[in-house]
Design a protein. Structure first.
Length: 275
């Protein structure tokens, strides 16, 4: 049973816009460095979990009840019901895509950048009355001609951790805003998820799996430098007898698509084991 949406995309985008328009969206410190803008105009805020515990000299973030060592973002604490909004929308329009975080952007003209701490592909959704505002993606290299996508028409999936992207200039209709949502996974959110998946495959308690992962993490970190090293140097490393090919399937399922594994500079998902 749907609580927020109807199943008709245009109507649901309008409903999503109304729900987002009730939120106070203030850029975090990293986004302020990317592009500084007045709070009254808009901002870019993370909905989910962060490794940053510090809020001020007198306040710390609330610890996450899902991810060990992470903390709830201000948006998650202030608007907990939006988690159900995002889940219902995602289940309707990209049900097979797994995500852990949502970046909420209000009138935020993201400059050319790459999301180095994201893992795998992201889903982009835009809504509001505006002209322009397409997303430019440099699939063929940062110095080549970009590809343009309009995520206000349909959700767009692309790998923002692998390809540079930015928002083209846009003009708002009177009284309207431009909202964009990025559903994604962050490497810091995946460690517990991968451990859980391995535990399910092995039919072992999660705590046991976590302990054994901790025992071998230094060994893996010292041996692996490139994607090729992952294939060549992990023969003797296993988790409760799991073959390296089986472990690789789990890692790749939640981390980086096959084509990205071929690039040595995108092997950072293996840092999960050395964090």
């Amino acid at each position: 049973m749907l609580e927020y949406f109807s199943g008709e995309y245009d109507c649901d985008l309008a409903m999503l816009y109304c729900l987002l328009d009730e939120l106070e969206i203030v850029s975090g410190s990293d986004r302020q460095k990317m592009y500084k803008m007045k709070k009254s105009v808009g901002g870019s805020a993370l909905y989910g979990h962060t490794w940053k515990s510090y809020l001020s000299k007198t306040r710390n973030r609330e610890p996450s009840h899902i991810y060990k060592g992470l903390y709830k973002t201000k948006m998650l604490v202030n608007y907990p019901w939006m988690e159900f909004v995002f889940k219902e929308f995602a289940n309707l329009y990209f049900p097979s895509f797994e995500w852990t975080q949502v970046q909420i952007n209000k009138n935020f003209p993201a400059p050319k950048h790459i999301d180095s701490s994201n893992v795998g592909t992201s889903i982009l959704v835009c809504c509001g009355d505006y002209s322009g505002g397409r997303t430019k993606i440099w699939y063929n290299g940062p110095d080549k001609r970009p590809h343009y996508v309009d995520a206000s028409l349909l959700p767009c999936e692309f790998n923002g951790s692998q390809y540079y992207h930015e928002v083209e200039p846009f003009e708002l209709e009177v009284g309207s805003n431009r909202y964009s949502l990025v559903f994604f996974n962050n490497i810091k959110n995946l460690k517990d998820k991968i451990i859980k998946q391995i535990a399910e495959v092995e039919e072992k308690p999660i705590n046991n799996i976590a302990l054994e992962v901790n025992d071998i993490k230094n060994d893996m970190g010292s041996k692996i430098e490139t994607a090729e090293d992952f294939d060549m140097k992990t023969t003797d490393i296993s988790i409760h007898g799991m073959k390296k090919s089986e472990m690789a399937k789990i890692l790749k399922k939640y981390c980086i698509p096959d084509e990205a594994l071929k690039a040595a500079n995108r092997i950072d998902f293996l840092k999960i084991w050395t964090d």
